[in-house]
Design a protein around this ligand. Sequence first.
Ligand code: BGP
Length: 475
Amino acid sequence: MSDLTIPIPQNFILGASSSAWQTEGWTGKKENQDSYIDIWYKNDRHVWYEGYGPAIATDLINRYQEDVDLMKKIGLTHYRTSINWSRFLTDYENAIVDEDYASHYDNFITAMLESGITPMICLEHYELPAELFYKYGGWGSKHVVELFTKYAQKVFERYNHLVKRWFVFNEPIVIQTRVYLDAVRWPYEQNTNTWMQWNHNKNLATAKVVQLFRNNNYQGTIGTILNPEVTYARSNSKEDQQAAKLYDLFYNRVFLDPAFNGEYPQELIELLAKHHVKWDYSDQELEIIKQYRVDEVGINLYFPHRVKAATKEWNKNMPFHPAYYYEPFDLPGKIMNKSRGWEIYPKIVYDFAMRVKQEYNNKSWFICENGMGIEDEKRFKNSDGIIQDDYRIDFISMHIYWALKAINDGANCGGYMLWAFTDNVSPMNAFKNRYGLIEINLEKNRARSMKKSAFWFEKLIKTRQLAIKLDDQYK
Ligand code: BGP
């Protein structure tokens, strides 16, 4: 083990992320303002931990000033959240703004700016309006793409003078993969065609919002936030390598390539056709995707993904699923975050950075989410009641270490945004796994208090020196 102190470049962002639905908890919501998340909760409450849903969340909407004061104390320079599409409008067809809801975001964004914090705002973090899900099948519909663009325009009109860093989606692959590909989430409907249609329509919506942004000459940048799973093959065998390559093609490149290069990989289009996956796309849409590319990509990185070649023949009577080409590989001896069931492997940051450098022309990107959710954190409180989350400090340190090493090797990684600033509601897991620098005490009216990691992050931002104990193999 060696003790190292590594300087953090001045322009490397040290911030934190969150989303509207996981924090805001707005009591003014009207009946027609549910989001997909709300109806998932309503229809399938028993799968939500202790029956806890997103209704109150962290109560940010009433306590934003307290949170902004804490951000300021810690020294955050950037904070990312979303605007909740389902709440921002009262009428989705005509894009009529809900003045009550929007006024809260006017105040929150202004409060951040007054405290010297740069707001980074995302337009969709799973907050598809339920009405559009029921009426049109959500992102399967081109009309919904148009309605999203109308919504985006209203948000830009209202905030473009305040917000200079925008993002279209957060993790656009997630909902349809859980719902339509794996059928493990409400409404549990396996349909690979629908899965691909949602993928494509979200890529199209991204390009259309970029087009809108450019046509109106808004100042600042427009990006998107993806969650590629850094994928490793079990071995160097041809078969395992091919399994990893195809896993990457179906789950990562389906969004990474349009975002960075403006087009789908030809091999993906061919394989979808070979397996009779039907999705509606036109040359004109592909041209829009090519022409209107994002300025930057935020990347959410939590854990590695490991695969091996498929050992069983695919049941030909089943609809096509990319698992035709791979099986999960369970690495013996892997280090785990047992609370979340996710492997810890911080080198994913370096490997992803090198990939962007080599395969995507070293385009601009940054870590938009990374963090550690831990169950029952109360057990780590010291006698002063402060959660001693050294495991989180180690986790963050190691991921930042690999980012800095990648930068040293020429990567274009612009920063590290922790998930999350405060504990918040997770899809299904509710408040089970705590992610925050700031504890939210549910027993004490959601009182906020800094964890040990918050004091550590404050010092990191102040000194811009990463002090780390490193296993010699990593030096
Ligand atoms: C990301 C999402 C976040 C957040 C995070 C942690 O995929 O963008 O919204 O929830 O994962 O995961 P979880 O909350 O499921 O533990």
